[in-house]
Design a protein around this ligand. Sequence first.
Ligand code: SF4
Length: 425
Amino acid sequence: MKKIYIRTFGCQMNVRDSEALLGLFLEKGYAQAESEKDADVILLNTCSVRAHAEHRVHSILGSYKKLSAISRQPSAKKNKKAESLPKVRLKAESCKIIGLIGCMAKNVGEEVAKRFAHVDLIVAPSRLHKIPEYVQRIVDQRPKTKDQRPGLRIIDLEDGTREETFYSAEYRQDKSHAQVVISTGCANNCAYCVVPFVRGALRLRAPQDIIAEVKRNVAMGRTRITLLGQNVNDYNFIEAEQSGTKRGYTRNHPTSHVLRPTSFVDLLKMVEAIDGVEEIEFLTPHPKNTTRELFKLMAKSKKIKKYLHLPFQAGSDRILKLMNRGYTKKEYLELVKDYKEITGGTIGTDIIVGFPTETDEDFAHTKEILEKAQFMGAYIFKYSLRPHTQALKLKDDVPAAVKEKRHAILLDLQKKISAIEADKR
Ligand code: SF4
């Protein structure tokens, strides 16, 4: 029996993607390997949000070279020009299939292909549903002997809508909890963020597919549900009638016979109404279109957890504008105040320190939000310049030492606040 090993980096979206993919392979008769050594197929499901996440994967890919025998064309040694020819990919049948998938594949896939001849498969996030088919094709076309043509390599960096079958497998890591993707990609263009490039445009799954997946999981005893989207508030599914196609359109479809759209709050109510669902969470709302209507539903609901993860990223209105976040410090703090008053719940956040041109005064605004909002917890990151982002044109001018200092100040402050908040519960 062939064995597969999927190593996951980054966010909950990647965790769910790896789980869905593993489920598809298990249904094809594969077994889950304990480690790379034990596997026939190794897939790295990667993250590109910060540079060091990619550097780590580069060194792992380097270490995989010994796991798959690659030999040069005998003649290559003789003349210089031949030296620059790409290495011949002559992978013996027994060699492992190595794949780089997810955000890093889309971000630097071509580069990886040139640098690591032993990587057989490079697939972008929107095309993960194709991987079982691609692996089978690579297995089928593995060279049996040295004089046969080189093994197949597949690079698929297309953007597009995933096939619904990607979410069909029953396998889940957790017996009582299921993460359910409601949308892929993102329609926001936060200046520092590579997600819109690597995961593509916002694409919504149809409400009936999401509800069916939740019901399948409840039937298997998974009564805790987490709904996943880059910005769940952007969920607004429209069933268009006139165009003759019933599904899969985003919110600005120019048709005159639009049925009532299904908003995120509508979708939450539909999940809440499912018998057997005991607890509902969602990740991640965006402050620019988080509504009081959502808070009122959370307050009324016996199933929706009274916890909100609401990234504010920075406190200065000038920096928020440069980040293209779409709200001000005042609006954010009012949202937090209303959330706490309406739901009595707890809140967490994400912060970036050291965004280009951030001054001490800007940083003071960030610190003030932390003091006023009293978060249960906060993920605090140092700004990392990313390709394919708006911020690329801004000079990364905040010195590393200053980023380090501001990062430490916020970590220390948040630690004290988290302790106080935990004592209140
Ligand atoms: S909302 Fe902004 S930060 Fe979040 S994934 Fe989209 S572009 Fe990135």
